[in-house]
Design a protein around this ligand. Structure first.
Ligand SMILES: Nc1nc2c(ncn2[C@@H]2O[C@H](COP(=O)(O)OP(=O)(O)O)[C@@H](O)[C@H]2O)c(=O)[nH]1
Ligand SMILES: [Mg+2]
Length: 374
């Protein structure tokens, strides 16, 4: 037990004159209690919710838990991966009830502005709208999240809407795995419409096409040359081409451009069986053509559901999901294999110098990759 002491400046000859004592050791005890309390408090603050808590939270439409669930699937940590899969497994039977819409176009085509206008229109109809983004450049440049957030200012404040910027690529699957899983979680949380924005460069539009029911391409006017140069491939993916920014002095031109696109679409392979893709004009700034696009999408959904094409596509997408994950995993584990990482720069130089064929270099790399796997 602590020994009681008088302060040093009290008179040792007259101890009773000073009634206060210092209890040695008590201060220490009190302090450690404070520290402990603080640790407990901090632990409670950063405590990760359990899978059950997340499932219950998502299903009840709790936005905080929804955001946490998506953060979990976006995490690059291995222990989170397994927890995320457990969560998805539990939510899977509650997903699939929304209409999934992909929106692509070159940077500056107005995709984010369109989503703001279209999303607000849908919210006003009483629908709940989730917006996800895939930005293939985001893992390199840090993304255009800031730009998008300011473009979707009204929508981001709407209680019926939920906006999630692009995840970054990493271990155990690229951005598309994360986007697909975020989409399933949003569906389980009761969102009626999922809008996925992607920059139309390279492969991302093909990836999104494989994830959505309806796919639209936003284009600009005065694109005569661009139209010629535009890859037939991307137009063949589109269920609708939207000639955007059809306002002011641009209105007449937009109508001409619409006709040109319609003519081309007419000769192309349809993106969806039984559906003929057409071109429309739209101005997100003026709010024109927004309702018409929704009518087109509703018509598309109705026709696809009665013919069975809608369900058939979704089934095919579920199957393809396996293969895209396999590709992801292989890609990741190959390029992160220590021996491959070690040997690759040297082999690259040798191939560039013409000392080795690419096939020989790849064989060496695969041997290194597979040695410990046999
Ligand atoms: N005139 C006009 N400009 C628009 C319209 N929609 C977007 N813009 C402008 O186009 C620019 C790019 O828009 P943004 O939504 O960021 O394009 P994104 O890169 O495709 O997402 C912005 O300066 C917008 O204000 C529209 O309907 N009419
Ligand atoms: Mg954008």
């Amino acid at each position: 037990m602590a020994e009681d002491r008088k302060p040093e400046w009290s008179d040792p000859n007259e101890p009773e004159k000073f009634s206060t004592v210092i209890k040695k050791g008590e201060e220490q005890e009190a302090q450690s209690a404070i520290i402990e309390k603080d640790v407990v408090y901090r632990k409670r603050q950063s405590k990760e919710p359990s899978v059950e808590e997340l499932v219950a939270g998502v299903l009840s439409g709790n936005r905080g838990q929804l955001a946490r669930a998506i953060t979990l699937v976006e995490s690059n940590a291995e222990q989170h991966f397994h927890k995320a899969q457990e969560l998805l497994q539990k939510l899977l039977s509650n997903s699939g009830k929304s209409i999934r819409i992909g929106i692509t176009g070159v940077p500056g085509a107005g995709k984010s502005t369109f989503i703001e206008a279209f999303g607000m229109f849908l919210c006003d109809l009483g629908l709940r709208v989730a917006v996800l983004a895939i930005d293939p450049s985001s893992s390199l440049s840090g993304g255009s999240i800031l730009g998008d957030k300011t473009r979707m200012e009204k929508l981001s404040r709407n209680p019926r809407a939920f906006i999630r910027p692009s995840p970054t690529a990493g271990k155990l699957g690229g951005v598309h795995r994360k986007t697909r899983e975020a989409m399933l979680i949003c569906e389980a949380a009761g969102f009626d419409v999922i809008l996925i924005e992607t920059v139309g460069v390279g492969q991302s539009e093909v990836i999104i096409r494989d994830m959505v029911d309806f796919f639209m391409l936003l284009v600009l006017t005065g694109a005569g040359d661009e139209l010629q140069g535009m890859k037939k491939g991307i137009m063949e993916l589109a269920d609708t081409v939207l000639v955007h920014k059809a306002d002011g002095a641009n209105k007449v031109k937009a109508e001409q451009t619409r006709k040109e696109y319609s003519r081309i679409l007419h000769f192309l392979q349809p993106a969806t069986k039984g559906w003929s893709s057409k071109a429309y004009t739209c101005s997100s700034l003026m709010g024109e053509g927004i309702k018409e696009i929704w009518d087109v999408i509703k018509d598309f959904e109705e026709k696809g559901k009665s013919s069975g094409v809608f369900a058939e596509r979704r089934k095919g997408q579920q199957r393809d999901w396996i293969y895209s994950l396999i590709t992801d995993q292989l890609h990741y584990s190959f390029f992160h294999h220590p021996d491959v990482k070690l040997k690759l720069p040297q082999l690259e130089n040798e191939v560039m110098a013409g000392e080795k064929t690419a096939a020989t270099a790849v064989e060496i790399l695969f041997n290194a990759f597979l040695t410990d796997k046999k």
